[in-house]
Design a protein around this ligand. Structure first.
Ligand SMILES: Nc1ncnc2c1ncn2[C@@H]1O[C@H](COP(=O)(O)OP(=O)(O)OP(=O)(O)O)[C@@H](O)[C@H]1O
Ligand SMILES: [Mg+2]
Length: 253
């Protein structure tokens, strides 16, 4: 069944013009800051160019506003933490946003470098404290950056015996790494909720949370449409149009 939101939009019968969703509130606000305040940040541009994710975009703008205000007041951000937890289902854009967020923090001087190390909770637990200690030291030597822990809740899952000590080590590192390394945790909302509940030291060290909602059918259609446009250079015609039956079946598979 087509949802009313599809019907409300003009159907595109070909993919020769780039499909565009109307700008969201956060996207409009970013546009306003660029137009009237001379704001400039390619990492935020990249987040704003992603389809949907309105809550994520709004939260990123709030973080930027906090940094801007503190910097304007001449106050120090040295001891401020910008660690963040990304909650959402697989494929909702968490890793992509994590990379942009790390670049954003580097671009505004919160961390001195934009090195990015990505690992999973179970990998960390398996490799043990010594391994992550070495990686963090290496990152410090390279000038700082972001440590991204995907499926972070795996650290404290029953079968990962070494996960506890690794998490304790990370908590200690988070204490002393402000201004040098930012920690980004990601995973399913429910599991991350439990992970934070069972490890009280985390909440105070991870002050920000980004919620990744599942994409609506319309957002999936736009993303799919854009992908087809890019891949086939605008030469591919879709039977039934961009909002037609075949496209709607494809995004549901
Ligand atoms: N909002 C979006 N706009 C455009 N492309 C997107 C968006 N979200 C995700 N993608 C694309 O979908 C793919 C999966 O995204 P990504 O790896 O960031 O998701 P994830 O939440 O980290 O998934 P997983 O839980 O499987 O690790 C990437 O190729 C990314 O570019
Ligand atoms: Mg990912």
């Amino acid at each position: 069944m087509a949802s009313p939101s599809w019907r409300a939009r003009p159907p595109l019968s070909t993919v020769n013009s780039t499909p565009l969703l109307p700008l969201s509130k956060a996207e409009r606000e970013w546009q306003r800051q660029k137009n009237t305040e001379g704001a400039h940040n390619p990492a935020i541009d990249a987040i704003m160019e992603m389809t949907g994710l309105e809550e994520v975009k709004a939260q990123v703008l709030r973080i930027k506003a906090k940094i801007d205000t503190t910097q304007r007041q001449g106050a120090s951000l040295k001891d401020e933490r910008f660690n963040v937890v990304l909650r959402g289902n697989p494929g909702t854009g968490k890793t992509t946003v994590a990379r942009h967020y790390a670049k954003f923090l580097a671009s505004v001087g919160i961390v001195p470098g934009d090195s990015f190390i990505e690992m999973t909770g179970s990998r960390l637990a398996h490799d043990g404290v010594r391994d992550i200690k070495e990686q963090i030291e290496e990152m410090r030597d390279e000038g700082g950056g972001a440590i991204f822990v995907d499926e972070a809740y795996q650290l404290t899952e029953g079968h990962n015996f070494c996960g506890g000590p690794v998490l304790d080590f990370l908590l200690g590192e988070m204490e002393k790494s402000a201004g040098e390394i930012v920690f980004i945790f990601a995973g399913y909302s429910k599991q991350m909720e439990k992970f934070f509940e069972h490890n009280p030291g985390l909440s105070s060290r991870v002050p920000y949370s980004l919620q990744f909602k599942d994409y609506t059918d319309l957002e999936l259609l736009y993303m799919f449409g854009k992908l087809i446009l890019k891949k086939y250079n605008g030469q591919m015609k879709v039977e039934g149009g961009m909002f037609g039956l075949y496209m709607r079946i494809a995004i549901r598979r």
